[in-house]
Design a protein around this ligand. Structure first.
Ligand code: PMV
Length: 325
């Protein structure tokens, strides 16, 4: 009776932060996934267990009843409870649910782990309760869960976890699936420095208020880079793509969201002949990405590791959230 669903992580290729101000961003789903198994409970409780994080919680009605993992368990599991409750409401079934999460996505590193888990939770619980939730509903439910985590997120993460592929995303206009010629060989470098997306969004906001005539044009240029990258992705010109990534990283430094740990990995990748390297996501730690020729992937992984990061290759995937057989 148990149902398992999975959803992909993401990397933002272009346009993080600028997207918050209405500029376009390019984001791609990658082959790291969160897996969620769900089963029915007769006692109407919601049990959530994250195997990777070593935390678990039991909810009875609106309130936390029992937890393992203290405040962290509360903060992490509450949004998932919200997602589960929304699906339960739609099903009108008077039951409880147990979910177990196993994820291969680094947490709080800018790879959209929380949205991937939320999308997989909504999908697994939906199928468990015999609902055929359309992708828009899955997106909507995981967006609500994200709102609990991040306040006013742009919606990038739940979109890409739901639909997969490479997306051009605008906050007010939604997304379009993009055509990409060839592969985008990427290495992801995790600084292992934890950070808060909300704080970094606030940093940019503050700098923009302090120097509006300087920062606002930078945000616009960020949008122009993303649009140029759309053309470049259609032709598959990896050299041009790498250059645009380097320019984009410079802008992110200018708006105040890079840090020493990211700079170390970005420069190590460039020294190892990456075609381009930039931070990805909110910055302030978290992850960076390096675009490389396919035959240099191992070399760049090695260079990032030697610079103190945890590095792995990533491939784009067209598969969004899915039920596992
Ligand atoms: O690091 P992440 O995955 O939380 O990405 C944040 C991306 C921002 O543009 C900085 C914020 C957002 O909501 O889009």
């Amino acid at each position: 009776m148990e149902v398992t669903a999975s959803a992909p992580a993401k990397v933002i290729l272009f346009g993080e932060h600028f997207v918050v101000y209405g500029e376009p961003a390019i984001v791609l789903a990658i082959d790291k996934r969160a897996y969620v198994s769900a089963d029915i409970r007769k006692d109407k409780q919601i049990h959530i267990n994250s195997v990777n994080l070593g935390i678990s919680g039991v909810f009875k009605g609106e309130s936390f009843y029992e937890e393992f993992g203290g405040q962290k368990a509360r903060r992490t599991l509450e949004p998932l409870k919200i997602a589960i409750q929304k699906v339960l409401e739609r099903s009108k079934k008077n039951v409880g649910v147990s979910v177990e999460i196993r994820s291969t996505i680094p947490v709080a590193a800018g790879l959209g782990s929380s949205a991937a888990v939320a999308a997989a939770v909504a999908t697994a619980v939906g199928r468990l309760l015999d609902l055929e939730l359309p992708p828009e509903e899955i997106f909507h439910i995981s967006y609500e869960a994200e709102r609990f985590v991040h306040g006013t997120p742009s919606g990038i993460d739940p979109t890409v976890s739901t639909y997969g592929g490479v997306l051009l995303y605008r906050k007010d206009k939604g997304f379009t699936q993009m055509k990409v010629k060839g592969e985008i060989p990427l290495v992801i470098g995790d600084t292992r420095v934890k950070r808060s997306t909300g704080d970094l969004v606030a940093t940019v906001h503050k700098r923009s208020n302090q120097y509006p005539s300087i920062i606002k044009p930078l945000l616009k240029i960020g949008g122009k880079i993303a649009l140029k990258a759309v053309e470049v992705l259609e032709t598959g010109d990896l050299y041009a793509l790498g250059q645009l990534m380097n320019i984009n990283h410079g802008l992110l430094c200018a708006v105040g969201v890079s840090d020493a740990s990211l700079e170390r990995l970005v420069h190590a990748a460039r020294r190892a002949d990456a075609l381009g390297a930039k931070l990805t996501g909110a910055g302030g730690g978290g992850c960076m990405i390096a675009l490389t020729k396919p035959n240099k992937l191992v070399h760049v992984v090695d260079a990032i590791e030697r610079a103190g990061g945890k590095a792995f290759e990533a491939r784009m995937t067209d598969e969004g959230v899915r039920i596992e057989d």
